[in-house]
Design a protein around this ligand. Sequence first.
Ligand code: SAM
Length: 278
Amino acid sequence: MIECPDIKKSVIKNHYDVSTLFYRLLWGPHIHHGYWLADESPAAAQIQLTATLAGLAKIQPKSVVYDIGCGMGGSSIWLAKNLQCQVTGVTLSPVQRQWATASAAIKGLQPRPQFRCEDAEATQFPEGSADVVWSIECTEHLFDKPAFFKKAASWIKPGGRFALLAWLSGALPMSDAHSQQALRVCEGMFCPSLGSQSDYVGWFEEAGLTVTAKGIWTKQVKKTWEICRKRVEKTGVRYLAKILGSNHVLFLDHFDAILNAYDSGAMEYGYFIAEKKD
Ligand SMILES: C[S@@+](CC[C@H](N)C(=O)[O-])C[C@H]1O[C@@H](n2cnc3c(N)ncnc32)[C@H](O)[C@@H]1O
């Protein structure tokens, strides 16, 4: 695991409170990479990422889903709309909770997704209550990842699944140069650590889950940052970020760091499906 001990949870919360508007302007209602197979539009690629993960996790209609690190509710709303899932989303950011709640209400979804503003490392759900725990690009921000996976596994019913997408460090051990590239990403994107693919497999297994599918999608998602970089240059977003504070400029300035880390293999983008056996 690559560790960046200077990151503070209060900074992560503040980042999402303030930057949710940037994400919405620059990218859309999903705060995650797009998944490209051809020349899809960015909006279609974002939905394709969500739909592909839902397909791999074999999510059944009307499943009970906990969306950990739910952002503006992009996945929660998609799962409620397309699969009539009963979704509870959890986000650290009160702004995102309000945004997600309003978006779900405007869409008139039934059942309507519910959103909590809580720390995923402290939140509680009843044991064995979820068909699926779903998490896209949130576990990078967690401080005690093994403890989180143990807790989340307890929420899952026998036969249920954990569907996860995460930014990963490259396979360890890495050269000093590659470790520095991954650290630069952690610093700019507020990740206290980045696990490798094998770290994640270990955490699922220690939590009593069996990894039934896993893979690397770096090539399919990388275009996200090329598009975002162009959009930052073409719009007044950097000017707005300067007014709002240096952390937000730091974030915009790290798009190249991610692209470099993806190109060198210092960082990867991975999916995992893990099952709680009956
Ligand atoms: C990159 S965004 C992904 C959002 C969403 N999953 C999506 O795909 O649109 C990361 C999310 O993780 C959330 N997050 C980070 N740390 C968290 C924590 N400790 N507890 C709950 N949510 C957290 C942020 O608030 C944000 O919603």
